[in-house]
Design a protein around this ligand. Sequence first.
Ligand SMILES: Cc1ncc(COP(=O)(O)O)c(C=O)c1O
Length: 302
Amino acid sequence: MKLKPTKYIWMDGKFVQWKNATVHLITHTLHYGAGAFEGVRFYDTPKGTAVFRLADHTKRLFYSAKAIGVKMPYSQKQINEVVVKLLKKNGVKSGYIRPLVWYGEGHMGVNPKGAPINVAIASWPWGAYLAQESIKMMTSSFIRIHPQSTVADAKINGHYANSIQAVLEVKKKGFDEALFLDYKGNVAEGAAENIFMVKKGVVITPPVGSILPGITRDSIMKLAKDLGYKVIEKTIKLKDLYGADEVFLTGTAAEVVPVRQIDKKTIAKGKVGPVTKALNVAFMDIVAGKNQKYKKWLTYVK
Ligand SMILES: Cc1ncc(COP(=O)(O)O)c(C=O)c1O
């Protein structure tokens, strides 16, 4: 997806012009993939721009950084403050924020010890990620990264080579998004989203272990419970998914996306189901600042 540049990117303590936010070719993470990042959305609300669950994203950024041996040179509070300042300076009302931590210039060899630690935060306007009312998924022949191969629940740059392989594979076959099974053959998640199914009114999602435990996943689970649905985390088989009444994806970029088909199987009648619809509407109200019950999830840019 081609991006529309904004004015500034924050890089290692300074706001620099978008075009000047560059790195050297001999940057450790560029070669070996051990970086950590986040994806955060900000929304236009009646009380101005607000960032959705900023503190939780920053907390996960620090968790992911730690997983690759990085000691963050800033506090979580400082990062949160920088995000707000950046959004103020860029003046965009809604979009996406990308904090990134990487091993920098001048060190090669797999061991990152001694490489400089760099931190940057960019933001840009970003519309719908999957850009359709409902999508078709295909089960990838690649499995989601094995939890004993890496810290699978951290958001580490290199993990996305796994997602990219899967996306390239399914796009070639005309599908919109890849579905990952885990190393046990159970349903894991999408290439960049968590997955939910609804069966007889119960909202079901795979447990943590092989997935990235999404902040949207957590929000939807809380919201669904508050709306009176039974919510359970349990192992899902592909055949359970095929036989679901509804299937949807959640993610910061994707938000809530109904799935109408998986492989050759149309889900229920291929229409957006009532539970998905109710959760989607309620979620979009929350992020748009229209539900005071969840105002603690919003950080206003003032
Ligand atoms: C692999 C993967 N799973 C799940 C998610 C959803 O996580 P979140 O809701 O925190 O954006 C993402 C997106 O960040 C992802 O990349």
